[in-house]
Design a protein around this ligand. Structure first.
Ligand code: PGA
Length: 250
């Protein structure tokens, strides 16, 4: 059985002090019998303090992005080793806002994923279609391109450290959640794709999170779908009550 994985992506929100307060509230409010793996993903600057605040708790800390080189003349960038040094154990690769606001193509996403895994970080590979692609019937084509580009040729030992997040771009931060049927359909498509690439065992073990306007109200139904193994949460992860409500739905 796949254990659900609920991660809160704070995006460009929270000062260091605010992040520590939120992390503490979360750890204190987390039920001992929570069924999910739980993580927070603060902005880079808050990672060390949040990791310190969460030491000894089951809540993991991730980072929102990573650069693919280990060190050198790359002004403004942060390496996987630096993230580990700061206390992160995983990183988001190819989040929708990196792809569509910053303009990261699939090749860059793959370089980041490889660098993270090679350095020993786990990774969440984010994929998802835009509204015009869904309306044109191109959802599966887009997912096929992004998943293949992200995962083709990965060693099994690396694949087992990857979570895929299906996040339809039109559902992120918009309050428009995919229906449970739309989410399940996309997740099943991704799992079948991975089965074709890596075999049944790897596909059965792969955790696929849903992301896009997940709330404490809709989380349980979404995560109740057979191929939805958790949630990648943006807005609703910024308050302990709503994020704990989502975790309770897992
Ligand atoms: P949202 O963001 O929950 O605010 O829609 C999700 C995400 O970007 O991961």
């Amino acid at each position: 059985m796949r254990k659900p994985f609920v991660a809160g992506n704070w995006k460009m929100n929270k000062t260091i002090a605010e992040g520590v307060t939120l992390a503490r509230a979360l750890a204190e409010g987390l039920s001992k019998d929570a069924k999910a793996d739980v993580a927070v993903i603060p902005p880079f600057l808050a990672v060390p303090a949040v990791a310190q605040a969460l030491k000894g708790t089951p809540v993991k800390v991730g980072a929102q992005d990573v650069f693919w080189e280990a060190q050198g003349a790359f002004t403004g960038e942060i390496s996987a080793a630096m993230l580990q040094d700061a206390g992160a154990t995983f990183v988001l690769c190819g989040h929708s806002e990196r792809r569509h606001v910053i303009g990261e193509p699939d090749e860059i996403v793959r370089r980041k994923l490889d660098a993270a895994l090679k350095a020993g970080l786990d990774a969440i590979l984010c994929v998802g279609e835009k509204l015009d692609e869904r309306e044109a019937g191109l959802t599966e084509k887009r997912l096929d391109i992004q998943v293949r580009s992200g995962l083709t040729g990965l060693a099994p030992s690396h694949l087992s450290r990857v979570t895929v997040a299906y996040e339809p771009v039109w559902a992120i931060g918009t309050g428009k959640t995919a229906t449970t049927a739309q989410a399940q359909e996309a997740h099943l498509f991704i799992r079948k794709l991975v089965r074709g690439m890596f075999g049944a065992a790897a596909a059965d073990d792969l955790r696929i999170q849903y992301g896009g306007s997940v709330t404490a109200q809709n989380a349980k139904e979404l995560m109740g779908q057979p191929d939805v193994d958790g949630a990648l949460v943006g807005g609703a992860s910024l308050k302990p009550e709503s994020f704990l409500g989502i975790i309770a739905g897992a």
